[in-house]
Design a protein around this ligand. Structure first.
Ligand code: SF4
Length: 414
């Protein structure tokens, strides 16, 4: 491999990391202040934003240790057969970069992933060494997220959890058949086996901390995973069912969705077009419904289109569910339990909690509810208030058209 400067490696390995979805800023437009106009840039190498367990938005140095890989996953730009420019950091170089970015106040933590070099164990050892050295040699207190390699020795993954805040293992594709077809060297059983071991390591760690304050923390920010959407034929029903079972079985903190985006020199088995980005957004909304609104995967499946198995793109899944379960509505804002209010389209968790505390003191009117939501139009047919009873509105044939957001002119160049 040609000797590259640290800056050149950073350019390659930060760019290669952008396909990972655990970064809220990766979809933004390109802007920079070169040429003397303005200030700032969205094209700086390797810095992304993520949310810490306490809800703070933090900046992370997001890079790969290397973009070389002995695997050949069809959807991946770093696969063995891809002709991208390769680079590799040493563990020491990643430690030095993290510390120097941290000291300059550019970042609050590190997100480190890697292609697989030599073997899963060898690669995992290098990643663990980065985290170990940051914590033990430099007493680094910032956030560390390590992508772990499911085939690596469980002992190495355990060590990763002793240094990192969060660990993640990608399931990659929603179905076993998709995984076999597009990532033939990966194995769904081994992936879920590694997730399950992580779950029990985390539970053991929490038990130990309850008994002994001095017990070491183990991945206190939990584990997460990522699924690629639109690279195989899996519909939203299958994706939501898989995500829900992962949450249940492995106690994941988050399932991230990444809309498949065509890569340079793509493999012939991949679709030519990316799925609409809105599909990824709808899946995130359904994920929110499971985690915060009390729906289960079967209920959300009832909101999908019978023919395609996908969530509608023109309305959000909570509204789609309400439209297909009209007998559940309207609910009385002054009497309904929290779970029923959480199912009213347009009412979020904060709004529901404020309704519950306000109605202890007085009967709420429609105007009171309007102050808590951005769209009272969407909400009106589904709610009874002290001065509002929608009567036949919920059964009207044109209800969908009344509550759906207005169609927007498509951008020819989007
Ligand atoms: S193992 Fe990871 S880096 Fe290697 S080809 Fe597959 S997805 Fe890409």
């Amino acid at each position: 491999m040609v000797q590259l400067s640290t800056r050149a490696k950073l350019a390659i390995l930060a760019d290669a990391a952008k396909y990972d979805a655990s970064c809220a800023s990766s979809g933004t437009t390109r802007r920079d202040s070169r040429g003397g106009k303005g200030i700032g840039s969205t094209e700086g190498m390797g810095i992304c934003h993520a949310y810490a367990p306490d809800g703070r938005c933090i900046s992370l140095l997001k890079i790969l240790l290397t973009n070389s890989c002995i695997f050949d996953c069809h959807y991946c730009i770093n696969r063995r057969s891809s002709d991208v420019r390769r680079a590799r950091f040493t563990a020491q170089e990643v430690v030095d970069l993290t510390l120097s970015f941290y000291r300059r106040n550019y970042i609050e933590g590190l997100f480190l992933s890697s292609g697989i070099i030599r073997s899963s164990d060898y690669t995992m050892e290098q990643m663990v060494e980065v985290a170990r050295s940051l914590r033990e040699d430099h007493h680094f207190r910032g956030y560390i997220h390590l992508k772990t390699i499911p085939d690596a020795d469980p002992d190495l993954i355990h060590q990763a959890g002793l240094h990192a805040d969060r660990l993640s293992i990608n399931v990659e594709l929603p179905t076993e058949s998709g995984l076999k077809r597009l990532a033939p060297e990966k194995d769904g059983v081994r992936i879920e086996g590694a997730m399950s071991r992580l779950r029990s390591d985390m539970e053991d760690g929490q038990d130990a901390r309850r008994k002994y304050k001095s017990a070491p923390r183990f991945a206190p920010a939990g584990q997460s995973t990522q699924m690629i959407v639109g690279a195989d034929a899996a519909d939203d029903r299958a994706i939501i069912a898989r995500a829900s079972s992962l949450y249940d079985r492995h106690k994941l903190r988050r399932v991230y969705y990444s809309a498949f985006s065509p890569i340079p020199s793509p493999s012939a088995v991949l679709p030519l077009k990316r799925p609409p980005l809105l599909r990824e957004h709808r899946l995130y909304q359904s994920d929110w419904m499971i985690r915060f609104y009390g729906y289960d995967a079967q209920e959300i499946a009832a909101a999908t289109d019978a023919a395609t198995g996908c969530l509608p793109l023109d309305i959000d899944p909570k509204l789609a569910w309400a439209l297909s379960h009209r007998a559940t509505f309207p609910v009385d804002v002054n009497r309904a339990p929290r779970e029923a209010l959480l199912r009213v389209p347009g009412l979020g968790v904060k709004a529901v909690d404020r309704i519950l505390s306000s109605r202890r003191h007085r009967r709420l009117r429609l105007d009171d509810v309007a102050r808590l939501t951005t769209s009272i139009k969407k909400l009106r047919p589904f709610l009874i208030a002290a001065d509002w009873r929608p009567l036949a509105l919920i059964d009207s044939a044109d209800l969908r058209a009344r509550v759906a957001p207005p169609a927007r002119q498509l951008d020819l160049f989007a």
